[in-house]
Design a protein around this ligand. Structure first.
Ligand SMILES: *Cc1c(COP(=O)(O)O)cnc(C)c1O
Length: 475
């Protein structure tokens, strides 16, 4: 068969696939494959069965894949630390994808858990994660959140601005406790996917300026209800650039060394941000590569300054949760849109699905790119350039900006979008009064609900006028 000509509307990175039915292991969870009949299956369960049992849209979590990634990420970071004579504490960044069950897996698998709000803290505690294994972040923690974290014996609160020093010290004092704290530093390093930028201070809201750190650490140390654990830096998310981490390590070890003059600094927290593959053209470094580069840089900087390598801490989120889920949609309307502003008219196929920006805000929010596959069957049709869109009242309601899908894709087909485990469920909304989809975990041939889908009753649950109307009607 002659290869389909590339569509001029396709971005440069998108190749016409040799096999439009192929399931690329680079972007799909480990236990996803096509069955003999051509249907996508996950851990032995077909997408047809999933759709029949739970409906669409549906977040489908490959449980063994998630667990394997959590363990793999933890061991990669721990062994890299060991190779430079230290230890690593690995915190799963819960904001990527958090439910009580996921929090319980994380704890069971020996990872710590980072939370970024009182609500996330409540989920972690409800799941039985011990306080000492939890880290609390946030640039504007309320007094209530701080008090609750201190009550729960949270292992580390990450101080994000000067005013929080007093706030945390007074909460700890009131409960007669010594609270472990880190200080978040704005290292001036910001990593984009393929490059990084280094400035004196990055122009964003998080952390304190490097130059202010020594005075603030002295202030922390002056409080007997606070224990200074070390400095913290998080240089961004979905990072591919190894040299961004290397530059951050360099700046932080220098600062860490300076702080040693005033007392103990047991740990150095280098944050998260490790990038993943969303589409076949992506080439994220493996976590072993990230870990090895960071470890080598930390060791080199410590040796150069003649200091002991501190304990390291990391906060991976996306790299654990992202690749182990996909979203299953039902295809609805399809339109061929002829675009005439190029050298010659070109056609883009708009494939509408039964979800959209309410279950995956990342394309609208970050112009994130995803891939997609026809999931309910194989197709012998030619690849056609498609855009998968949702059902919301926004032209920016895009699920997959550019993908080659079989030209015969039709209403009623199931479509799956891989790598939706991170920042999809957690960023979901009820925009246009859509109900948020359920989360289903599949393992060894069994699919079960982790979070039930919302119902129309949920949409009215907080609507006071509606509740009053119901009450009146009942009288
Ligand atoms: C979001 C966040 C993380 C996790 O980032 P990923 O890109 O998901 O690894 C880690 N640390 C902090 C402070 C964060 O805000």
């Amino acid at each position: 068969m002659a290869k389909t000509k590339p569509n001029p509307l396709a971005p440069e990175w998108l190749d016409v696939p040799d096999d439009v039915n192929a399931i690329n292991g680079k972007i799909w969870p480990g236990n996803v494959s096509r069955s003999a009949t051509g249907e996508l299956t996950v851990a032995g369960v077909t997408v047809g069965d999933l759709a029949a049992q739970f409906g669409t849209p549906l977040y489908v979590l490959d449980e063994d894949d998630f667990r394997a990634r959590a363990v793999g990420v933890r061991s990669a970071l721990e062994s890299a630390a060991k190779s430079i004579g230290t230890e690593a504490k690995v915190y799963y960044a819960g904001k990527a994808f958090l439910t009580t069950e996921i929090a319980s897996w994380i704890h069971e698998l020996g990872l710590n858990l980072d939370v970024a709000s009182g609500g996330e803290l409540a989920v972690a505690l409800a799941a039985g994660v011990p306080g000492e294994r939890i880290g609390l972040h946030g640039n504007n923690k309320s007094l209530f959140e701080i008090g609750r974290a201190v009550s729960a014996n949270v292992g580390a609160i990450v101080i994000d601005s000067e005013i929080e020093i007093e706030r945390i010290a007074s909460a700890a004092g009131a409960q007669d406790k010594v609270q472990g704290v880190r200080l978040r530093v704005n290292s001036g390093v910001h990593a984009y996917t393929h490059e990084f930028l280094a400035t004196a201070r990055e122009d964003q809201k998080f952390g304190v300026a490097i130059n202010d750190v020594p005075a603030l650490v002295a202030k922390i140390r002056s409080h007997r209800h606070l224990k200074f654990l070390g400095i913290h830096s998080h240089i961004g998310s979905q990072i591919f650039a190894l040299d961004g981490f290397v530059e951050a390590a360099k700046r932080l070890v220098e600062l860490h060394t300076e702080l040693l003059a005033g007392g103990d600094v047991p740990e150095l927290n280098l944050g998260g941000g490790f990038g993943i593959n969303y589409k076949a053209a992506d080439d994220a470094p493996s976590l072993n590569t990230f870990a090895a580069h960071i470890a080598v840089a930390v060791k080199r900087e410590c040796d150069a300054r003649g200091i002991v390598v501190p304990k390291l801490a990391f906060e991976p989120g996306r790299v654990i949760a992202g690749p182990s889920s996909f979203t299953l949609y039902n295809v609805g309307t399809i339109k061929e849109v002829v675009v005439t502003d190029g050298a010659e008219p070109a056609v883009r196929k708009y494939v509408s699905v039964d979800g959209g920006m309410s279950d995956n805000a990342r394309p609208a929010l970050y112009e994130a790119d995803y891939a997609a596959s026809l999931a309910s069957r194989n197709s012998a049709a030619e690849p056609a350039l498609a855009r998968v869109v949702g059902k919301h009242c926004e032209s920016g309601d895009i699920v997959v900006r550019s993908e080659y899908l079989p030209a015969d894709i039709a209403s009623g087909d199931l479509l799956a979008v891989p790598a939706t485990g991170a920042y999809c469920y957690s960023l979901s909304s009820n925009y246009n009064m859509l109900t948020r989809p359920p989360v289903v975990a599949v393992r060894a041939g069994v699919a079960r609900l982790v979070v039930r889908g919302e119902t129309e009753a949920d949409l009215f649950a907080r609507d006071v006028f509606y509740q009053e109307l119901q009450q009146k009607n009942r009288m």
